[in-house]
Unconditional design. Structure first.
Length: 574
């Protein structure tokens, strides 16, 4: 079945406006939807006739899904039945008043004009928007014969879904530097010789070598090769090269990485500054305030977490109106709270530049810790972390080109290619669930019965059988997985699609571990029939509690057997 095609009907000679937007699953104001749609990167699509939706505009001005139609030509027994159904729809649609119809027409005209502009717009980098004119003809009913308005049919391109982008410190330093925020002299090295050259070029014999890994606690971590600490002070170019040689290519273990550690492929070589005073400044999106919040403290440094826990009054929050932006008043208040009244103009400029960097680069978090005053009275950002909105990748190509996949779990990277939300855990029961909330509940009930989930995997509401098969490949790539639990509640997601994916995965991968499947919702009977006819040993269960118990027991049996060096296989073919 194709992606959902949404349609707007209006006027006596009902016009049909079709747009694909599979990610939009919620009620939202029409104006907001059109704005979102007009500024989305697009590519040419064709309009499917397999699925049609009929939303209308209610009194509050919101898009409301009236009805979703799934039509299969093989199931249409007569044109009379189709005509009767269509006539009923038209009767309902006539209830929409003229003012609302006119509003729809005006908005569509405006959006059509916007589509023309988009033809030359940089946002359409993936291809020209296709302006189409089509004829909607559904049988002999005159209400369903009309000319489509000239309009752009757009869809977001298939891209990897990410939650956010974290970047290395050297990337953060570059962003700060471009936005006139002072940082020490620095360079990034991937070899010993590069580290030596950078250290030689710096105006200081005191140099800091920092491992570039996406994890906190570097200074207190250790390398598996024996080097203690991921941040080292050195006093010559040769020493910088030697330390860089020990770091590059080794695994750094910190309190955030777990025992496995994270590979260090590059090091930051920068001037050492001697801070006299240290401050903390950060900007992040705060849901409670509905926009950016600037967080500041006069007690910056590596122990900021302890300050937050022991003296929360020492940390100040300043919400910023996303429309109005940063004002001199807000920046001056921050400077006063930091005790930098004697550097008011300089501090205000830095705070405003930092906010502009946050907005311009589509950041979701920028943290400077510490922002320090050195012994010469100069201010520097000595360390920085940044996180960027993954939805802005098409505007921030330079930043996103510096993503370091080596810092992410390989299975999570692979899952992202198929638009699967995957997080690796350390248990023995693989989980495949639709919806983040149900996934959390599934993991909880597994823990309740004495098991441990091996992963969080949300296939979402529109997964295909192919995605389900790829999800199984990712789950079974973990040798610690001794059983798999599939828990699907079919609302938007169809149970039969999940069943097809499970069966395809079991056959292709020749799985020898037990699969417990709990399906409820849309097309559940079809799904059960597919599983029953597959002649595969897939254990179906209607009750979630029973399914969890079954998965836990099976995983425990295999774990115990393997710990005793006994090979126990659950052969899938009967």
């Amino acid at each position: 079945m194709s992606e959902i095609v949404n349609s707007l009907y209006f006027g006596d000679n009902t016009s049909l406006f079709s747009v694909r937007h599979p990610e939009m699953r919620k009620v939202m104001k029409l104006g907001d939807y059109l704005k979102w749609f007009a500024f989305s990167p697009a590519k040419v699509i064709t309009v499917s006739e397999e699925i049609r939706e009929c939303p209308w505009i209610d009194g509050s001005g919101k898009l409301v899904r009236l009805q979703e139609h799934r039509k299969n030509v093989n199931e249409v027994q007569s044109g009379e039945a189709l005509l009767k159904r269509d006539s009923k729809e038209v009767k309902e649609l006539k209830q929409v008043n003229m003012r609302q119809r006119q509003m729809i027409k005006e908005l569509l005209d405006r959006l059509s004009n916007k589509a023309d502009d988009l033809l030359q717009d940089k946002f359409c980098h993936s291809g020209v928007v296709n302006i189409i004119t089509a004829q909607a003809s559904l049988g002999s009913n005159p209400h369903h014969v009309a000319q489509l308005p000239r309009f752009a049919a757009c869809t977001l391109p298939e891209v990897q879904q990410r939650r956010y982008l974290n970047v290395h410190e050297h990337v953060s330093f570059s962003v700060l530097q471009k936005n006139n925020i002072p940082v020490p002299g620095f360079g990034v090295a991937s070899t010993e010789e590069e580290a030596r050259e950078i250290a030689t070029s710096l105006d200081s014999t005191d140099v800091v070598v920092k491992a570039q890994v996406l994890a906190g606690g570097r200074g207190k971590g250790y390398f598996k090769g024996g080097l203690k600490g991921g941040v080292k002070l050195v006093f010559s170019a040769d020493e910088a090269a030697a330390v860089a040689g020990q770091m590059i290519g080794d695994m750094l273990v910190t309190k955030q990485t777990g025992k496995k550690g994270i590979p260090c492929n590059k090091v930051l070589v920068c001037e050492r500054k001697f801070p006299r005073r240290e401050f903390y400044i950060a900007i992040m999106l705060e849901r409670a305030f509905g926009g950016p919040v600037i967080i500041a403290s006069a007690q910056g440094g590596i122990n900021i977490e302890e300050v937050a826990a022991e003296d929360p009054d020492a940390i100040f929050k300043f919400p910023v109106d996303i429309v109005e932006g940063i004002t001199d008043e807000i920046a001056e208040n921050i400077a006063k709270k930091l005790g930098l009244e004697n550097r008011m103009a300089e501090t205000v400029a830095v705070i405003k530049n930092l906010y502009n960097a946050f907005i311009t680069h589509d950041a979701s978090m920028i943290e400077i810790n510490p922002y320090a005053e050195d012994t010469y009275g100069k201010m520097y950002a000595l360390d920085a972390k940044m996180r960027f909105d993954d939805n802005a990748w098409f505007r921030q190509e330079e930043i996103f080109s510096q993503r370091d996949d080596s810092q992410e779990d390989a299975k999570e990277v692979e899952a992202a290619k198929y638009n699967l939300n995957y997080i690796a855990l350390d248990g023995s029961i693989g989980c495949l669930v639709n919806g983040a909330g149900l996934a959390m509940a599934t993991m909880d009930i597994i823990k309740l019965h004495g098991g441990a989930p091996a992963n969080f995997l949300d296939v979402g509401g529109g997964a295909s059988a192919e995605q389900v098969k790829e999800a199984f490949k990712i789950i079974t790539a973990d040798p610690q997985v001794h059983a798999i639990m599939v828990n699907i509640f079919g609302g938007i997601m169809r149970c039969d699609v999940i069943a097809q994916g499970v069966i395809a995965a079991a056959e292709e991968l020749s799985l020898k571990i037990p699969i417990v499947v709990r399906l409820q919702g849309t097309n559940v009977d079809d799904a059960k029939a597919l599983i029953a006819l597959s002649n595969l040993r897939i254990l179906a269960c209607d009750n979630l509690d029973d399914a969890a118990k079954m998965a836990v027991k099976l995983a425990q049996i295999i774990t115990m057997a393997k710990s005793a060096n006994i090979d126990v296989n659950f052969e899938i073919p009967v």
